[in-house]
Write a protein that binds this ligand. Structure first.
Ligand SMILES: [Fe+2]
Length: 177
């Protein structure tokens, strides 16, 4: 055993600290931290997906067609994140969400319960939710980067860009309603 192994540094994480270590799994604490972070992220993404889809179904008004189509496009993009988030957790040896109850226990973004929202309120809420999601993605990126989980950090970078784009569109629209 090397001195570094004896100090516990040899397994200091993840998969990409040199080719020799490439096939090593992240250590237990890293798996738990990344999986928990991804679980919360997945719960938020499912919540935002259903909220965006719900507003797509229920929005009304003069610009109905534009809003309806934009929200469908955004919902599809949000849903597109879900499988990758869950499978990243499994690929590193962790677990992910199993039920609607699990989503409820982990979500930080709030559900849309109010059936009387006007278009401006719906779009403002989604703008703010996307801004929060971008923040959560940045935090998740920090966790994954700390554990050298390069593949997850790379995916997250793309999702941050998509989320900022959704936020940009919603911000522009809301400023003119
Ligand atoms: Fe639809």
């Amino acid at each position: 055993m090397s001195r570094r192994q004896a100090r516990g540094e040899e397994h200091d994480n993840a998969n990409c600290k040199g080719t020799k270590r490439y096939h090593r799994q992240p250590r237990h604490a890293a798996i738990n931290e990344i999986s928990e972070t991804l679980k919360q992220l997945l719960a938020d993404v499912f919540t935002l997906y259903l909220k965006t889809k719900g507003f797509h179904w229920h929005i009304t008004g003069r610009h109905f067609r534009d809003y309806h189509l934009l929200l469908d496009e955004q919902a599809e993009q949000i849903f597109g994140m879900t499988d990758d988030i869950a499978e990243r957790a499994r690929k590193i040896g962790g677990y992910t969400l199993r039920s609607i109850g699990d989503i409820t226990r982990h979500q930080r973004i709030k559900d849309a319960e109010d059936g009387s929202l006007l278009p401006r309120q719906m779009l403002s809420e989604l703008r703010d939710d996307n801004a929060r999601l971008a923040g959560f993605l940045c935090s998740a990126h920090e966790v994954c980067a700390r554990h050298n989980d390069v593949a997850t950090t790379s995916l997250i970078e793309g999702w941050i860009d998509q989320t900022e784009r959704r936020n940009w569109f919603l911000t522009e629209i809301v400023s003119d309603i």
